[in-house]
Design a protein around this ligand. Structure first.
Ligand code: ATP
Ligand code: MG
Ligand code: MG
Ligand code: MG
Length: 462
C-alpha cells in the first residue's frame, strides 16, 4: 500500500492504487444510501480528497458518523475514478481516528470567519482554505527566488541579523541588548546604548544590503534572503515590524541593469505562481480579487514602464486628482500617489527612478545634476512600492560627503569606505519585500494575512 498525499491521490494517475492517506477532515456528509462522504485535506493541495466511508466499516456507527471539521484521520482504501467534479475519490477500507475536535468548541466550524478574527487564531488559521493557499503561494515564491538567482549564477549570502549599521538611516531599528534591564548603566542620566551588545551598540538588521555589497565587491553576483526588522510604529496594511527581504547585489551593474534585473525577477515570480499554484490562484481570483490572474498574465508579457521621478511628479501635479497629501518636487511619494500612477495613469507596474537626493540614504549614486540620485522604486497596482533599490555611490569622496550630510560618522563605516578605497567598482542592487510580493500575487489586502506570524504593534504573542 502506497502512502499518498492528498494531491497525489487526487490525480487520475492514482486510479486503481491502494492508498494510505492522512490528514484532517474538512466536512462530513451522510448520504441517504447509508454511507458518508469525508472531505480530507493534508495541506498538499487546495482541493480536498473525497473519501467514501461505507456503513460496513466496523467503526462506522461508533466513529465515522461522528467525524467533523478538524478531526485527524488515516484512511486506507482504493483510489477510484469519481463521477463528481474531482477526478478521483477513495473508497475507504479502513478509517482510523487520531484526534477528535469537539464541534461545540472547535473555532473553525463551517461558518466563514473574517480575516481579522482569524488573526487572533494564528495557531489555527493554517487550517483554513485561505491560509493553506497563502502558505503554498508563499512557499512557491521562496522557491522561485532561490531558483532564479541560482540559475543566474548568484551566490546566496547570509547577512547578519545583529548589526551596528543602520543601512536606511531612518532610525527604525530595534535595539538588541545583553544588559540587565534592572541594572542599566546610565550615562548623563540616559541608558548607555554603546554598552548594549557585550559592550558594543547593536540592533536588529533593517537590511542586509551593506553586507551584501562587501560580497558583491569580491564575488560579483550575490543575494541575501532573510528576515529584516523595522521598529516602525505603523498600522498600515503594508508594513510589518518583521518581514523577509530578498536583496541581490551585483558588481559592475548600473541603474539600467538593476531595473532590468528587477523586472525579469518579478516576472519569473509571477509566472511561477501562475503555473505552479494554479488551484490556489483560482481560489484567490474567486474570493479575493477577480482581476488578479488576468493582471498577472498581462504583466508578464508587457514591459514595465520606466519613468523618472521628476516626470512622475509632473504627471501627478497635472492630473487633476485631489490627493490628501499635496504633490510637489521633492516629496516622498505616498501610497495614494503610487496607486494613481500604476492604477490610473500607466495601468502597469512602473519603475520610478532618479529620486531627489535629499530623500534617499547616503549610499545611493549621485547623478551629474547633483540634485538626484540613481534610486529606483518598483511600484505595482494596489500594493504600491514592492522593490526599492539603487546604483551605489562608488566614489569615496562623494560617499564621505554624503555621510557628513546625513550626520553619519565615516569612521563607523570604515569597512564600507574600504570597498571604495581598494578596487572600487560601480555596483547596484535592490530589496524586494517578500510579503509585498505575496500580497500582490494573491490579491490579499492586508500584509498581516500573508505571513505566518505577523509582528505589528501589539502582536507578538506566538
Ligand atoms: P515603504 O515606503 O513602503 O515604507 P521603504 O521605502 O521604507 O518602504 P525600503 O527601505 O526601500 O522600504 O525596503 C525595500 C523593500 O522592503 C520595500 O520596497 C518593501 O517591499 C519592503 N518593506 C519595507 N518596509 C517594510 C515593512 N515595514 N513591512 C514589509 N515590507 C517592507
Ligand atoms: Mg518605510
Ligand atoms: Mg518607500
Ligand atoms: Mg524604498
Amino acid at each position: 500500500m502506497e502512502r499518498l498525499s492528498v494531491r497525489q491521490a487526487r490525480q487520475k494517475e492514482a486510479i486503481g492504487q491502494q492508498a494510505f492517506v492522512q490528514g484532517w477532515i474538512r466536512t462530513r456528509r451522510d448520504s441517504k444510501g447509508g454511507f458518508s462522504f469525508l472531505e480530507v485535506n493534508d495541506g498538499s493541495s487546495f482541493g480536498n480528497l473525497q473519501v467514501i466511508a461505507e456503513a460496513a466499516l466496523p467503526n462506522y456507527e461508533t466513529e465515522v458518523k461522528h467525524l467533523g471539521a478538524g478531526c485527524s484521520v488515516s484512511i486506507e482504501g482504493e483510489v477510484k475514478a469519481s463521477g463528481g467534479k474531482q477526478a478521483t475519490e477513495v473508497l475507504a477500507s479502513k478509517v482510523t481516528v487520531h484526534g477528535w475536535a469537539d464541534p461545540e468548541t472547535y473555532p473553525l466550524q463551517k461558518k466563514q470567519h473574517s480575516l481579522e478574527k482569524l488573526r487572533e487564531w494564528a495557531h489555527l488559521r493554517p487550517r483554513t482554505n485561505t491560509f493553506g493557499a497563502v502558505t503554498r503561494v508563499r512557499n512557491c515564491v521562496c522557491r522561485s527566488i532561490h531558483n532564479f538567482y541560482q540559475e543566474e549564477g548568484f551566490l546566496y549570502i547570509h547577512s547578519p541579523i545583529i548589526t551596528a549599521s543602520d543601512c536606511e538611516g531612518a532610525g527604525a531599528m530595534f535595539r538588541v541588548t545583553t544588559l540587565d534591564l534592572e541594572k542599566l548603566p546610565l550615562k548623563d542620566g540616559k541608558v548607555d546604548a554603546t554598552q548594549d551588545f557585550f559592550g558594543r551598540p547593536s540592533y536588529l538588521t533593517v537590511s542586509g544590503q551593506l553586507e551584501a555589497e562587501i560580497f558583491a565587491c569580491a564575488l560579483g553576483k550575490v543575494y541575501t534572503f532573510g528576515p529584516t526588522f523595522r521598529a516602525e510604529n505603523s498600522n498600515t496594511s503594508r508594513h510589518l515590524a518583521e518581514f523577509w527581504m530578498v536583496e541581490p547585489e551585483v558588481a559592475f551593474n548600473d541603474l539600467n541593469d538593476n531595473m532590468s534585473l528587477a523586472e525579469r525577477f518579478l516576472k519569473r515570480l509571477f509566472r511561477d505562481a501562475l503555473s505552479q499554484c494554479d488551484e490556489d490562484m483560482k481560489f484567490f481570483h474567486e474570493h479575493y480579487d477577480k482581476e488578479i490572474i488576468s493582471t498577472l498574465e498581462q504583466i508578464v508579457t508587457k514591459e514595465f514602464i520606466r519613468c523618472p521621478y521628476t516626470e512622475a511628479v509632473s504627471i501627478l501635479e497635472q492630473c487633476g486628482e485631489k490627493f490628501e497629501y499635496p504633490v510637489s518636487w521633492g516629496i516622498d511619494l505616498q501610497s495614494e500617489h503610487e496607486r494613481y500612477l500604476t492604477e490610473k495613469h500607466f495601468k502597469s507596474p512602473v519603475i520610478l527612478f532618479d529620486y531627489p537626493r535629499s530623500l534617499k540614504p547616503f549610499y545611493m549614486r549621485v547623478n551629474d545634476d547633483g540634485r538626484t540620485v540613481r534610486a529606483m522604486d518598483v511600484l505595482v497596482p494596489k500594493v504600491g512600492e514592492i522593490i526599492g533599490g539603487s546604483q551605489r555611490e562608488e566614489r569615496l569622496d562623494v560617499l564621505t560627503q554624503r555621510m557628513a550630510e546625513q550626520h553619519l560618522r565615516a569612521e563607523d563605516y570604515w569597512w564600507y569606505c574600504d570597498l571604495r578605497r581598494y578596487g572600487t567598482v560601480p555596483h547596484a542592487g535592490f530589496g524586494l519585500g517578500l510579503e509585498r510580493a505575496v500580497q500582490f500575487i494573491t490579491g490579499m489586502q492586508n500584509i498581516r494575512d500573508v505571513i505566518p506570524f505577523p509582528r505589528t504593534p501589539g502582536s507578538a504573542d506566538f
